[in-house]
Design a protein around this ligand. Structure first.
Ligand code: DQA
Length: 139
């Protein structure tokens, strides 16, 4: 399978950003572990802090088998990203969060993206991405 992992704003700072919440491992290091673990599949990683670039990437991967998306704070604000997800052919879209957004501030409880996704995984640290991959491969 060809699977896109897309990370939104501030997730380039994983490993140094609010480590009590997001941990001290960079996504690049973690992504290498995923590539090794899921060798039978083609994983592609993209990160941007810019909403339009995330939308362009979602459009670009329209024919991939799955998108695993952590839109960061855009989760709670972006109708444009939700519309992009509605527009693509990709059959499986998993929304991922490192932290449990429901255990945090109320403004993190609403997601514009969840209604457009196959499912949501939130609160398992970086392991949320592995669980999302397992979910994609199970179904
Ligand atoms: C996050 C949760 C969001 O509320 C926050 O804005 C992020 C990261 C997470 O992975 O836990 O940037 O998506």
């Amino acid at each position: 399978m060809q699977i896109a992992i897309i990370n939104g704003p501030n997730l380039n700072l994983l490993g140094s950003r609010e480590t009590a919440i997001y941990g001290n491992v960079s996504f690049e290091a973690y992504f290498q572990q995923l590539v090794e673990r899921f060798q039978a599949h083609r994983l592609h990683y993209f990160q941007s802090n810019i909403e339009g670039e995330l939308i362009n990437e979602i459009h670009r991967v329209t024919h991939y088998d799955a998108i695993i998306l952590n839109a960061g704070a855009y989760t709670h604000t972006s109708i444009a990203i939700a519309d992009a997800l509605r527009a693509v052919q990709c059959k499986k879209i998993i929304e991922v969060h490192i932290s449990n957004v429901f255990a945090r501030e109320e403004y993190r409880h609403h997601s514009f993206i969840s209604p457009v996704c196959t499912g949501v995984i939130s609160g398992f640290g970086l392991d949320s991405y592995r669980l999302a991959l397992e979910a994609v491969l199970l179904s």
